[in-house]
Write a protein of this length. Structure first.
Length: 389
């Protein structure tokens, strides 16, 4: 085997092994915070206080009645908590935060990173929100940060009613369970069971996912397609992306774009287009749903930079869920630095795909050409026709 090929194979093997085995918590075990919050107040702190390294991550699940829409989950730093006064209004407590620093998670479908959709567990109209985030901060690789997790609904006076489950990786020290109880009207049930959705909402635990994984090493700035997926109502995918950082380029500017094209979008693609032209095929009003930006500061996409193997990389873990039937052709682009091409390790755990009428398959095109795009769609349609016949 040639030395260059051997080095490349070893690199790919190391990346895949790390994707399956690495753990983000220094102790090897995550901290789990779960329960139900019920109060007549419209601000509550705190569900959890967590101290994590820069590669710390949190997976979350929130469920609450639609009549309480829309609740927010707030992430306060130590310095911001010190400014909070008991006499402050809900709005004043929210104004302390910086939304541009990803300190407010809005539990509504309009905030795509929240993973929120309407469901009907037990016949009650509820919002179900599932996703993840990282806690990337500026500073040294081993720098730690502390976050205090609160809940608010300043726009309404109906109080707070929230089932929650937080799984936090990368916690330093022991798990801390501190609750600030404002008065006796607040109820925290630490062992409360989260309501489960009915058949109208796809349960990710009901069947095995379709796994699409691999690597892209292309000199081109746009690559398609990693996968073609058709989803039922409530379907989606958990994703794990990993790509190397270029030493000569500022870390914060190194961002890859994962593009979820619809069938209509694919028709608008052309072999002569630049990376940015293919990027803008997705209309601006749909970018919150069809665009996943992954970089060292993309905390709502579960991204953080790491240097555990001696070479700096960006690792992203989170998920996307969709309220309705969707069909996507998934591509990736490096439009900000096209001269470096696309180098990406990926794994998609697709759930809620239609086993009867559609398909879950990987359709790879190693050289971008419009005929390959057309062929890919044609193969997919033929596959569907066979299943329906």
């Amino acid at each position: 085997m040639k030395p260059k090929l051997l080095r490349h194979s070893a690199f790919v093997l190391m990346m895949l092994l790390d994707m399956h085995l690495c753990d983000f918590a220094p102790s090897g075990m995550p901290c789990i915070y779960e329960g139900r919050l019920s109060t007549t107040r419209n601000w509550f702190g705190y569900l959890a206080n967590i101290t994590v390294l820069t590669n710390g991550r949190m997976l979350f699940e929130f469920i609450y009645p639609a009549k309480h829409c829309c609740q927010n989950v707030l992430f306060y730093s130590d310095q911001q908590v010190a400014f909070i006064d008991p006499h402050m209004s809900c709005w004043q407590k929210e104004y302390i935060l910086r939304p541009e620093d990803d300190q407010i998670l809005r539990l509504t479908p309009r905030f795509s990173w929240s993973g929120c959709h309407l469901a009907h567990p037990g016949g009650q109209l509820m919002y179900v929100c599932e996703g993840g985030r990282s806690f990337a901060v500026d500073g040294a690789p081993r720098h730690a940060s502390t976050w205090h997790v609160a809940v608010s609904n300043c726009a309404r006076r109906s109080g707070l009613d929230l089932h929650y489950r937080l799984v936090v990786h990368g916690v330093i020290g022991q798990c801390q369970y501190y609750f600030h109880v404002a008065d006796e009207s607040v109820q925290i049930k630490s062992n409360a069971e989260l309501p489960r959705a009915t058949s109208e909402w796809y349960d990710i635990h009901s069947e095995s996912p379709c796994v699409v994984e691999g690597s892209v090493n292309s000199l081109e700035s746009w690559f398609g397609f990693l996968a073609n997926v058709s989803l039922r109502h409530g379907g989606g995918f958990q994703f794990h992306f990993r790509f190397p950082l270029v030493a000569s380029v500022p870390i914060t500017s190194q961002i890859l774009s994962v593009l979820l094209y619809t069938n209509d979008d694919v028709i608008g693609l052309d072999a002569q287009q630049t990376c940015w032209q293919r990027y803008t095929v997705i209309k601006q009003q749909f970018q919150s749903e069809q665009l996943i930006e992954i970089g060292s500061k993309s905390s709502w996409n579960g991204c953080a930079s790491e240097n555990s193997t001696g070479s700096p990389v960006v690792v992203c873990r989170s998920e996307r869920r969709f309220d309705g039937i969707r069909q996507f052709h998934i591509a990736v682009g490096n439009c900000r630095h096209p001269e470096y091409g696309v180098h990406l390790q990926y794994r998609l755990d697709v759930y809620g795909y239609d086993r009867v009428q559609h398909y879950c398959m990987s359709c790879r095109a190693h050289c971008m050409h419009i005929m390959l795009i057309i062929a890919c769609i044609t193969v997919s349609q033929r596959h569907r026709w066979v299943l329906e016949s």
